[in-house]
Design a binder for this molecule. Structure first.
Ligand code: F6P
Length: 590
């Protein structure tokens, strides 16, 4: 009987698995299907509902409060605690691509600062695909290279006795992380590998990785075996699809930040304040309370989204000015706009305190790479402030009791907004056109030292709403799909094919052809172009604009690439161009 039950269970599981082949992180969230026609405040209301799934779960999945996840977090906190108490030769390495790598950096930086400030040895390290440049500009090609990942991990762990490695890839998909996990699995005497992401393991990516012999799914299977043997961990709570399809910087990014900080807050508390009890659920609840506070200001955040939308629609820019770690949230938020929305590097920028001195990133001052790498508030005052226009928007992110002066801001014609976490005197507030004042719950007194982490995630939620909402209002999104994404790595290539396939109502193969024709600007692909590896298509596509919208419009109309480009030139708002294409297709059919 047991055998029959087991067999029928496995048949059910396989049936389920067969019918669900799309990763949850790449699926459409039905809550936001109409986000593209929502008002600014309506957009924030939809984001609020989507973000609730981080805590409440999605379609039967339990979200962060999943018991198995909480148990694994407790075990990881104990492992990290032991390393913190006896740090010599030990290292905790956090690694990822894009926003996942930025969150790795932010977390490593934050917990190292705590150690240094109390005279202890810093033991955290971060790795990000593309190196430190990727901390504030998207560098997506290196995400596809497992060998670069392995090389970076080897270098960072040289001479270490034991390493707790956490590879973050929200979609369970990044080859950069796959290589590192595989390397750890081959050296389990030294490494404890942890995979952090937001899909069930059977939905890990099972596509070939160029110049490598495994898929991500194969690595996950090996890690599952290691986990059963007590030598690794897979942290993969389901938090539901993203509000903008595939935009893992949003919910998955927030959940990543909460999970990492929860592990290390618990580890630090138990290592250095053993008399203070901690438990994972209480820590999660403290983030949930922050979520509730942020979204109780939906109306104000909606106003800010409307202001930001006006700026972008009128050709203006959005600038975040952060005087402390809140600036890291601004820079991270800004860095995702070009790959997600086809934005220019000038559309949204983040500036932070004393720049690299404050950042303390491994590669130091990168400002010689050009204007987009000038990131201090001083740089903002010199490069940007004198030429601000009324269509530009400056958002100051503040935790201090008294706001540092920003020479010339008051006199500037731009719009000035402040997001603050403290009460400020009226005379300071009067410098701003609009102020959002968030008073976060203090909660349990033991959580007090971690308040800045709460301010950070609150800032993340507000700024994600600002840039998502502003780009939606600018017409960069159709339904809840980012139709103007950059085709700058393998995952994004496949995502683009999926978008053309779905909205263009065509086969995968045809969708791929439309995409290639748009990339190579041709109606007839040559044999070389047809046979080139995806990496080659990405190389050609990366520097170009509107590749996906052109391919999509051509697919909808079954037209030439040239005609689709002309239509998009005449209708610069992408959503409007797509609507027109769909409308003329319907008219043709009738
Ligand atoms: O490839 C671009 C990107 O989608 C970024 O937008 C994102 O932050 C990054 O990949 C990381 O994705 P993942 O965490 O799933 O590896």
């Amino acid at each position: 009987l047991q055998l029959i039950t087991r067999i029928s269970h496995s048949v059910e599981t396989n049936d389920y698995e067969m019918s669900h082949t799309q990763p949850i992180t790449e699926a459409n969230n039905t809550i936001t299907t109409d986000i593209d026609v929502a008002t600014a405040e309506g957009i924030v209301t939809l984001l609020r509902k989507c973000d609730a799934e981080i805590f409440d779960g999605w379609e039967g999945h339990k979200g962060l409060f999943h018991k198995e996840t909480m148990d694994k977090l407790s075990k990881l906190a104990i492992l990290a605690r032991d390393m913190l108490q006896n740090p010599s030769g030990y290292s905790i390495v956090l690694s990822g691509c894009g926003t996942s790598g930025r969150l790795a950096f932010i977390t490593a930086r934050s917990f190292n600062e705590r150690l240094k400030n109390s005279g202890k040895e810093p033991i955290y390290d971060y790795l990000i695909a593309g190196g430190d440049k990727a901390l504030f500009t998207s560098q997506e090609a290196p995400e596809d290279d497992p060998h670069i990942g392995i090389k970076m991990l080897r270098e960072s762990c040289e001479g270490k006795k034991k390493v707790l490695y956490i590879g973050i890839t929200c979609g369970l998909s990044a080859p950069f992380v796959a290589g590192q996990l595989d390397f750890c699995l081959q050296h389990l005497d030294k490494f404890t590998p942890v995979l952090l992401g937001f899909n069930p393991t059977y939905l890990a990516r099972n596509l070939p990785i160029e110049k490598w012999n495994k898929t991500f799914l194969q690595v996950v299977k090996e890690l599952e075996a290691a986990e059963h043997a007590g030598k690794g961990f897979i942290l993969n709570p389901v938090v539901g699809p993203e509000p903008i399809t595939g935009s893992s910087r949003m919910k998955s990014g927030s959940a990543t930040k909460i999970l990492l900080e929860t592990i290390f807050t618990a580890a630090h508390s138990s290592a250095f304040n053993p008399e203070v009890p901690w438990d994972i659920e209480t820590l999660f609840r403290s983030y949930q309370a922050v979520y509730n506070t942020v979204y109780s200001h939906t109306e104000s955040v909606g106003k800010l989204v409307a202001i930001a939308g006006d700026s972008l629609q009128n050709g203006g820019s959005i600038y975040y000015i952060g005087y402390d770690t809140l600036g890291l949230m601004g820079m991270t938020d800004a860095s995702e706009c070009p790959p997600t929305y086809g934005a220019t590097l000038d559309d949204v920028r983040g500036f932070i305190a004393s720049g690299y001195n404050f950042l303390r990133n491994k590669e130091g001052d990168l400002s010689s790479n050009g204007k987009y790498f000038r990131i201090s508030i001083n740089d903002f005052e010199k490069d940007i402030l004198p030429s601000l226009k009324d269509r530009d928007l400056v958002i100051c992110l503040n935790t201090a009791k008294s706001l540092p002066s920003l020479a010339g801001l008051k006199e500037s014609r731009c719009k000035r907004v402040m997001l603050t976490f403290t009460e400020l005197p009226d005379e300071q507030l009067s410098k701003f056109d609009f102020v959002i004042s968030l008073c976060l719950p203090i909660g349990d007194a033991t959580l007090e030292p971690w308040q800045q982490l709460h301010r950070e995630i609150a800032t993340k939620w507000v700024l994600n709403a600002v840039t998502t909402g502003a780009h939606v209002l600018k017409g960069k999104v159709f339904q809840n799909i980012m139709v103007d994404l950059k085709v700058s790595n393998n995952k994004l290539f496949h995502r683009a094919v999926g978008i053309i396939e779905g909205l263009g109502k065509t086969s995968k193969e045809h969708a791929r052809m439309f995409l290639l024709r748009s990339i190579y600007h041709t109606e007839h692909l040559t044999p070389d172009q047809l046979e080139a590896p995806i990496a080659q298509h990405i190389k050609v596509a990366s520097s170009q604009n509107k590749i996906v919208p052109v391919a999509l419009v051509a697919a909808i109309l079954n037209s030439s690439i040239e005609n689709a480009s002309l239509l998009l030139d005449s209708k610069p708002v992408i959503r409007v161009a797509i609507l027109q294409a769909l409308h003329s297709q319907e008219t043709d059919l009738s």
